[in-house]
Design a protein around this ligand. Structure first.
Ligand SMILES: NC(=O)c1ccc[n+]([C@@H]2O[C@H](COP(=O)([O-])OP(=O)(O)OC[C@H]3O[C@@H](n4cnc5c(N)ncnc54)[C@H](O)[C@@H]3O)[C@@H](O)[C@H]2O)c1
Length: 283
C-alpha cells in the first residue's frame, strides 16, 4: 500500500481542527500544531468527541473511527520537514502569517505545498515571505469544514502549475469542490459576504431592527440558512473585523469601513461563539 501523505495543520482553532478532522477522515496522516500546546490537545479531544458521537448515533462504524483516530496526531516539536502539505490556519493577522510563512519556507522540504486558509490576506505577500512563492497557494475552507463543500483556491502570481494541480487533487480526495479566485482582497467569498455582514451590523447599530428581526429577514426573506449576525458570531467577530480591515485598506473605499459596533465588540472581547458572547449569548 502507498505511504499515507503527511499534512501539517498550523493553528488549531475552529478552522484548523475542522481541516485536520476532514483530512484524517480521508486517509491523510495529519499533524496539528498551535502556538498554545494546550489548544492542540483540546482540538484532538474535540475531534475525537465528534467522531465518538457519530459512532454512538450509528452514523459511523467502530473500524472507521479507529482508522480516523490513527491518522490524527499532535506535533511534539516544531519540525516542518517531511510533509506533503502544510496548511496554515492561524488568526487572520498578516504579520503573524508572514512570520509563519518565513519559518515554513525556510525549513520545509522542497516538495511541500504551503497553503494558507486565510480569508482575505494576499497570497502574493505570503509567498514572498516564504521565499518560495511557487509553492504557496490559498486554500480557503468554509466553516464548519467537515460539512461545507466549497474550498476557494487562490493562486499567487508565482504559484506553480504543480502546486495548483496537487492542491486540486487534495481537494478532490477530501471530497470538496474547488472554486478559483484571483488574489484580490477578500477573494470572491469575503468580498461579497463580509460587506453584507458589516451592513447587517450597521443596520442593527442604526436601530432599524433588532438582531433577531435582522436575522429573520435574511433567513426567511432571502432564504439564507443563517442570518448575518448569527453567522458573524460563528465566524468570530475578530475574524470579521480583520477581514473588513483588509478590504478597507485594500480598496480604500468608505463602503468597506468596519462598523463602530463591530470594533466595539472586538475591543470588549465579545467575539461570538468562541468567547460565549457576540451578538447573541452562548452557553
Ligand atoms: N472562522 C471562520 O469562519 C473562517 C472561515 C474560513 C477561513 N477562516 C480563516 O482561518 C484562519 C483561522 O480562523 P479560526 O476561525 O480558526 O480562528 P481561531 O481564533 O478559532 O483559531 C486561531 C488559532 O491560531 C492559533 N495561533 C495564533 N497565532 C499562532 C501562531 N503564531 N502559531 C501557531 N498558532 C497560532 C491560536 O492559538 C488559535 O488556536 C484565519 O485566517 C481565518 O480568517 C476562518
Amino acid at each position: 500500500m502507498a505511504e499515507k501523505q503527511k499534512i501539517l495543520v498550523i493553528g488549531c482553532g475552529q478552522m484548523g481542527s475542522g481541516i485536520a478532522q476532514t483530512a484524517s477522515e480521508h486517509g491523510y496522516s495529519v499533524f496539528l500544531s498551535d502556538l498554545n500546546k494546550d489548544f492542540t490537545k483540546q482540538a484532538v479531544t474535540q475531534i475525537h468527541k465528534r467522531w465518538d458521537l457519530g459512532l454512538k448515533k450509528g452514523k459511523r462504524q467502530k473500524e472507521e473511527i479507529d482508522f480516523f483516530k490513527s491518522n490524527l496526531h499532535t506535533l511534539g516539536q516544531d519540525n516542518y520537514s517531511g510533509y506533503d502539505f502544510i496548511i496554515e490556519a492561524v488568526s487572520e493577522d498578516e504579520q503573524i502569517k508572514k512570520q509563519i510563512f518565513e519559518k515554513i519556507g525556510q525549513s520545509s522540504c522542497k516538495h511541500t505545498i504551503l497553503g494558507s486558509n486565510t480569508s482575505s490576506i494576499s497570497i502574493n505577500t505570503l509567498g514572498k515571505a516564504s521565499g518560495f512563492p511557487e509553492r504557496v497557494i490559498g486554500i480557503h475552507f468554509m466553516n464548519p469544514v467537515p460539512i461545507m463543500k466549497l474550498v476557494e483556491v487562490i493562486e499567487g502570481d508565482a504559484t506553480s502549475t504543480e502546486t495548483i494541480q496537487k492542491t486540486l487533487n487534495f481537494i478532490k480526495n477530501i471530497k470538496k469542490t474547488p472554486a478559483k479566485s484571483k488574489d484580490k482582497p477578500g477573494f470572491i467569498s469575503n468580498k461579497i459576504l463580509m460587506p453584507m455582514i458589516n451592513e447587517a451590523i450597521l443596520t442593527l447599530e442604526s436601530g432599524t431592527g433588532s438582531k433577531e428581526d435582522i436575522d429573520t429577514v435574511m433567513e426567511l426573506g432571502m432564504r439564507h440558512p443563517m442570518g448575518p449576525l448569527k453567522l458573524a458570531d460563528l465566524i468570530g467577530l475578530d475574524t470579521c473585523l480583520a477581514i473588513m480591515n483588509v478590504l478597507y485598506s485594500g480598496f480604500k473605499e468608505e463602503k468597506y469601513k468596519p462598523s463602530g459596533l463591530l470594533v466595539e465588540k472586538v475591543n470588549n472581547n465579545e467575539l461570538g461563539r468562541k468567547t460565549g458572547i457576540g451578538f447573541y449569548k452562548y452557553n
